[in-house]
Design a protein around this ligand. Structure first.
Ligand SMILES: Cc1ncc(COP(=O)(O)O)c(C=O)c1O
Ligand SMILES: N[C@@H](CCCC[NH3+])C(=O)O
Length: 400
């Protein structure tokens, strides 16, 4: 049990707390599901990119799925071996492509025909042969929030099957491209297996048709997306997930790459915030807290639900909006949430905040970002100190 009260006292609030043991359990449960098959789990760094978190997964044998050269650098710094690093992302700059090729990572995941052309040109300039995979958009509805759907033709990600095939042929015939993988990722917070299976079947069929023209790929990259329980969602069991992929891949010998983000970190993270005041305008009860949308934007952006625990509080519950100090009506951590009467300095624990929490934070309203803490067994470590005013303005130049 994590002593949230003691952590809040020692490190102040708002505060992110990560349970490293829980992250490990999640990692191992997914690894176990693919046991006996050649596979790489490549942690999706964007979910929680703190160097200590990435290092924790690296030490468990994880690779890294990165979507900027900054994330590639983070992964390398955290000790992820270069041969387990993948660089995806729908719009890569030339300098990012160049650095990725020079860093000799596992492969660049190409997301358009135009981008394939840039990768080839830059590899030629470098006198290199760039390892690539192609992100296929299978046009499958992942049945998740529209902002985090990525596998429909309405979404900007990947290329359609016909284009992908053309691109593989171009790559195969190039002296500067080495096609080694195929990739799909249809969305995040997936709670139904069927769309993943359907996408895997489509992409596996493409793989077979490539084999038929002598294009042999080593890696079948199934992206991330496994959903977690924020409230009472049904979730996909790792074993069923692995079996679905394996059945789509029947008869094909490839290394499976999986890029989980949320599954590994969401429920291992907590956001601690203190009550500032209560306010009731007759029509509505508001609980004002010191954490805000600049710390945790998911409720504002997706109307996402996060369970809230009022620590050591009892008394009759009534409905309240939990709101932050930011000057936006959209600044809330919860709407119409049942809470007991709250007083100044009472502590709220916002659950499931370990993925897309701190990383989506900002300095809006000149608010320094929270500190981050890692808990591992009895060991507690500060893994990012709280930002102060000087940090927030550090890069600005004086206006003369
Ligand atoms: C290519 C790719 N891989 C992996 C992920 C990780 O997703 P999730 O956190 O849902 O597992 C994402 C984000 O959706 C992604 O775009
Ligand atoms: N930021 C989203 C997930 C995005 C996944 C990345 N493609 C969330 O908080 O749920």
């Amino acid at each position: 049990m994590i002593d949230f009260k003691a952590l809040a006292q020692t490190y102040g609030t708002p505060l992110y707390v990560y349970d490293f043991d829980k992250m490990k359990t999640q990692f191992e449960s997914l690894k176990e599901a693919f046991r006996g098959r050649k596979s790489i789990l490549a942690y999706a760094v964007k979910a929680n990119s703190n160097l200590s978190v990435v290092k924790h997964f690296a030490q468990l044998g994880s690779g890294a799925d990165c979507v900027s050269i900054g994330e590639v650098r983070r992964a390398l710094m955290a000790g992820v071996p270069k041969y387990r690093i993948i660089f995806s992302g729908v719009g890569k700059r030339d300098d990012e492509i160049r650095e990725a090729i020079e860093s000799d990572i596992l492969y660049i995941n190409v997301e358009s025909e135009a981008e394939l052309g840039r990768v080839e040109m830059i590899a030629r300039e470098l006198g290199a042969k760039a390892r690539i995979s192609i992100r296929v958009n299978p046009n499958i509805d992942p049945k998740t929030h529209p902002y985090i759907s990525t596998g429909l033709h309405d979404n900007k990600f990947g290329v359609e099957i016909v284009a992908a095939k053309r691109m593989y042929i171009q790559a195969k015939n190039s002296d500067h491209l080495d096609p080694v993988g195929i990739h799909f990722h249809i969305g995040s917070q997936l709670t139904e297996l069927e769309p993943i299976y359907e996408a895997a079947v489509i992409v596996a069929d493409l793989l077979r048709s490539l084999q038929a023209i002598d294009i042999e790929l080593k890696f079948f990259d199934i992206g991330g997306g496994l959903g977690v329980r924020y409230d009472n969602e049904t979730t996909i069991e790792p074993y069923d997930y692995a079996q679905a992929i394996l059945s789509a891949l029947k008869g094909i010998d490839v290394t499976i790459i999986c890029e989980p983000g949320r599954f590994l970190t969401a429920n291992a993270g907590y956001f601690l915030t203190k009550v500032l005041y209560e306010k009731n305008n007759g029509a509505k009860r508001f609980v004002m807290v010191d954490g805000a949308m600049n710390d945790l934007i998911r409720p504002s952006l997706y109307k996402a639900y996060h369970r809230i625990e009022a620590l050591d509080k009892s008394g009759e519950e009534s409905i309240a909006d939990v709101v932050g100090p930011v000057c936006e009506s959209g600044d809330f951590l919860a709407k119409n949430y049942p809470l007991p009467p709250m007083e100044h300095n009472d502590l709220l624990v916002i659950h499931s905040a370990g993925a897309y929490g701190f990383g989506m934070g900002s300095n809006y309203n000149t608010r320094g970002r929270s500190a981050e803490i890692a808990v591992e067994g009895a060991n507690v470590r500060l893994i990012r100190r709280r930002e102060n005013f000087e940090d927030v303005i550090a890069l600005e130049r004086e206006y003369l």
